[in-house]
Design a binder for this molecule. Structure first.
Ligand code: URP
Ligand code: ZN
Ligand code: ZN
Length: 477
């Protein structure tokens, strides 16, 4: 059997276990996973390239983990939001992904104004096509229920079987009410699709914001008002409601960016009651950051939505990951530069909400999860690679190291730490929530469909290499 590339001598980790093995790659696919694939000492060694005629390109992974490429199912690239446009596009955003060992991203195609779902997808395809350096797909946001409900079937037929509704963001024109959520879940059940929900309780949230949106409070509390107006029950009540509609309709429900201990308990309770159509993700920032940050002079930088909670919430999210209440860690990447964040001008309702994250997802989960013994390396692979691929209808093409899967791989050194320095990162952000943090788990080498796109921690891929990924039958673990 001949190979174009062999990843030799690493500890190959999947959600099922770890083995010492070589990974043989032919074209874009994994062709074999077993010991003894690597040829003898005459083999051509290196990282970039690979050509069967001259013998395989052998990449030495000894002493390192070889994991499936990360699958970040929650990113926003070039998103018009909060009066500006998020600063990572498909160029910088997918370079950042590659450096973090992430080889698949799923963004959200959101219709603006009276646009159809098809128009929204076209707009996002145009953003991605010539720029993406890793593979991509889209969830489709259903923002105008009475119109968009007739368009969901066409989306599923085009390989876009995951839909998004926001319980908030009335100002943006994105808000879905309970009738729309109920109807979308019914349709998802019929179409073999899944509904993703941003769960925050809008009317009470608006009321709490209105009570604090005055000169005196804003002078006194500054960015802390962002967190003071979003107590945990804002998320918990909304999750409870969404779970009730999922139970009633039988539609598949995936709670995005869950940030609270209370939400985690509700998902656990739903699972205990026997609901098999409800899942939740959290994001890296909710696992390692807490709301004391809003008291800093630059506290407004950390505003995201939902906002960062307390240490108690972090602990419960980690335990939820361990027990399976929480299935996925994503990033909700939505990057704004310092200049963009400064648009808030002291008004907490005007902060562009979102954080950079793609480059640091696996390093955060590895350093603060695996190295701190909150998760095993196998569980990291489950939460960042295989579960997201399964839930979004990409498995086993993505999220696996098995014969026939795409040769998407990240090689990570088990202990080498790199200090987070925004000036040396691919993201367009000129700051990082993790600036100065020493993190292990950055990709020494990343391959996407058999091509080396990160070599020795440096991006060596190209724009337009990333492919659109049609998906089907989401909501299976
Ligand atoms: O702060 C965030 N998360 N910005 C992106 C929009 C969203 O709600 O995911
Ligand atoms: Zn959201
Ligand atoms: Zn988001």
């Amino acid at each position: 059997m001949t190979f174009d590339t062999i990843i030799a001598g690493g500890s190959v980790v999947t959600a099922d276990g770890m083995q010492q093995a070589d990974v043989g790659i032919r074209g874009e696919k994994i062709a074999a996973v077993r010991k003894g694939l690597a040829p003898g000492k005459n083999a051509r060694k290196g990282a970039v390239g690979g050509n069967g005629a001259q013998g395989p390109n052998v990449i030495d992974a000894s002493g390192c983990y070889v994991i499936p490429g990360g699958v970040d199912v929650h990113v926003h690239l070039e998103l018009p939001f909060c009066g500006t446009v998020s600063s990572d596009d498909y160029d910088s955003g997918t370079r950042a992904a590659a450096r973090g060992g992430v080889t698949t991203v799923i963004d959200f195609a959101i219709p603006y104004g009276e646009e159809s779902l098809a128009q929204a997808v076209e707009n996002w395809m145009n953003r991605a096509r010539d720029k993406a350096c890793v593979d991509y797909s889209f969830h489709v946001a259903v923002t105008k229920w009475n119109r968009h409900k007739h368009e969901m079937k066409e989306m599923v037929e085009r390989g876009l079987p995951t839909f998004k509704q926001f319980m908030i963001y009335e100002r943006e024109g994105w808000q879905a009410d309970d009738a729309a959520i109920f109807g979308a879940l019914e349709q998802c059940r019929e179409l073999d699709a899944m509904l993703l929900i941003h769960a925050e309780s809008s009317r009470v949230l608006d009321e709490l914001i209105a009570r604090r949106h005055n000169e005196e409070d804003m002078r006194k509390y500054g960015a802390r008002l962002h967190t003071m107006t979003r107590p945990n029950y804002i998320e918990a009540e909304a999750i409870q409601r969404a779970v009730t509609w999922a139970d009633a309709t039988g539609g598949k429900l995936y709670i995005v960016h869950m940030s609270t201990a209370d939400g985690t308990d509700l998902i656990r309770d739903a699972h205990r009651r026997g609901l098999k159509n409800v899942w939740a993700e959290t994001c890296a920032q909710y696992l390692v950051l807490d709301d004391s940050l809003f008291g800093r002079p630059d506290g407004h930088l950390y505003a995201c939505c939902p906002q960062i909670k307390k240490k108690r919430d972090q602990r419960r999210l980690w335990s939820g990951l361990k027990s399976g209440d929480v299935c996925v860690v994503s990033t909700d990447t939505c990057t704004f530069t310092r200049e963009q964040k400064a648009m808030w001008g002291g008004d907490f309702t005007r902060i562009p909400m979102g954080l950079p994250g793609l480059e640091t997802l696996i390093p955060i989960v590895y350093t603060h999860g695996v190295l701190k013994k909150r998760l095993t390396i196998r569980q990291l692979v489950e939460k960042c690679c295989s579960n997201p691929a399964k839930l979004m209808g990409l498995y086993p093409r993505k999220g696996a190291i098995a014969r026939g899967s795409d040769a998407d791989l990240a090689i990570i050194h088990p202990s080498r730490k790199i200090k987070v320095d925004p000036t040396r990162m691919a993201t367009n952000a000129d700051w990082s929530p993790y600036e100065g943090w020493p993190l292990a788990g950055f990709a020494r080498t990343t391959l996407c469909r058999g091509q080396v796109i990160v070599d020795d921690y440096k991006f060596v891929g190209r724009n337009g290499y990333g492919q659109f990924l049609p998906r089907k039958s989401p909501g299976k673990l």
